[in-house]
Design a protein around this ligand. Structure first.
Ligand SMILES: [Zn+2]
Length: 348
């Protein structure tokens, strides 16, 4: 059932495969504190190779905590960015994405590429901080996690507003720096406010369709159409809770329903992969679920494609639903690389 055909293996090995959202940079830092200075090469590279993934977008700071680590703390942000950059620099196969020229390299699948991203800007109190993070090679920004911060309201706020004056200034500054705006996690008013102040194509890196799974983290049909109109891209999220209200029904085929739905509204060129994998810190996730008395299976992923090693299982599910080779090449990475190339086009 979970076998991946030769057609899909050939396609994925010949074309770039981009995971548009992953959170393990904090683990690289944590492992360094424990004396393992090369977890990226020793632990993640074999997994990426097995899953045929050639580029990842890594969260280096955010508005959430993992155990006692608060990812908006300045010292921690510096530590994570520093550890991640050093581990990328240390291996000749690894490349840090800074520019459209780097994206062209990633499109050729020349090694393994990484882009640094923020998942919430609670630690960014002014535009100078944003510009310094740009100077540290951060290229993609989610304005907030599920809550409210200085810039924007997230989708978890009970009476959400949109962007603050500061949030609007951040979005305009991102545009002038040619940074990628990621609309994931925003409240609906923040989503619409953000697209009003940014003219480049936006990303929604790890969300599905609300029409198929009525969750605040998913996108309405109107939002999906807007992303499509702006040549934006939506990364499909592999977490069961964002796929089906009945998590037991959240299969790879059910996620393919979201792909078909999004393609019907915005076109197949608006699709990408944002699996949101968390297996590398599942122990911390389990402690969090227990602490907050949440269901133990809340962080379940689609069966058969639970880690980056088995990501191709979902591509097979898309192929089984009739997506053509050309469409699949776009979904696995071509579409989001096109967007990154457009947005980063004039950056250094
Ligand atoms: Zn997220």
């Amino acid at each position: 059932m979970n076998t991946v055909s030769e057609r899909i293996r050939t396609l994925m090995s010949a074309h770039p495969v981009v995971d548009a959202h992953s959170d393990y940079a904090v683990e690289l830092y944590r492992r360094e504190q424990d004396g393992a200075a090369d977890a990226l090469a020793r632990e993640h590279l074999p997994a990426l190779r097995e899953g045929m993934v050639s580029m990842e977008v890594l969260t280096v700071a955010g508005d959430f905590d993992i155990d006692t680590l608060k990812l908006w703390d300045h010292r921690l942000m510096r530590g994570i960015i520093d550890a991640t950059r050093r581990q990328i620099d240390a291996h000749e196969e690894f490349h840090l994405v800074r520019s459209a020229a780097d994206i062209a390299e990633a499109a050729r699948r020349s090694g393994t590429h990484f882009m640094l991203a923020l998942e919430g800007i609670r630690g960014v109190e002014d535009l100078a901080a944003l510009r310094l993070l740009y100077a540290a090679d951060v290229r993609s920004v989610i304005l907030t996690h599920n809550e409210r911060n200085l810039a924007a309201d997230g989708c978890g706020e009970p009476l959400p507003g949109g962007l603050s004056k500061f949030g609007r200034a951040v979005v305009r500054e991102m545009e002038s720096l040619h940074m990628v705006l990621d609309l994931v996690h925003l409240s609906d008013p923040s989503f619409w406010d953000a697209v009003d102040h940014y003219t480049l194509p936006p990303v929604v890196s790890h969300s599905n369709a609300r029409a198929l799974c009525d969750h605040r983290r998913n996108l309405t049909d109107e939002q999906i159409r807007e992303v499509g109109r702006r040549d934006g891209v939506i990364g499909l999220n592999f977490l069961a809770m964002f796929i089906d209200a009945d998590r037991g029904k959240a299969t790879a085929d059910r996620l393919a329903d979201h792909a078909v739905h999004i393609a019907s509204l915005a076109g197949p060129q608006a699709l990408a992969l944002g699996p949101d994998y968390a297996d590398y810190y599942m122990d911390a996730m389990e402690r969090w679920l227990e602490r907050d008395r949440l269901p133990a299976d809340l962080m379940a992923f689609i069966p058969g494609a639970e880690t980056v090693r088995t990501l191709p299982v979902f591509i097979q599910a898309l192929a089984d639903r009739g997506f053509t080779d050309e469409e699949l090449i776009g979904i696995i990475g071509g579409n989001i690389l096109r967007l990154y190339s457009t947005v980063l086009s004039t950056s250094a």
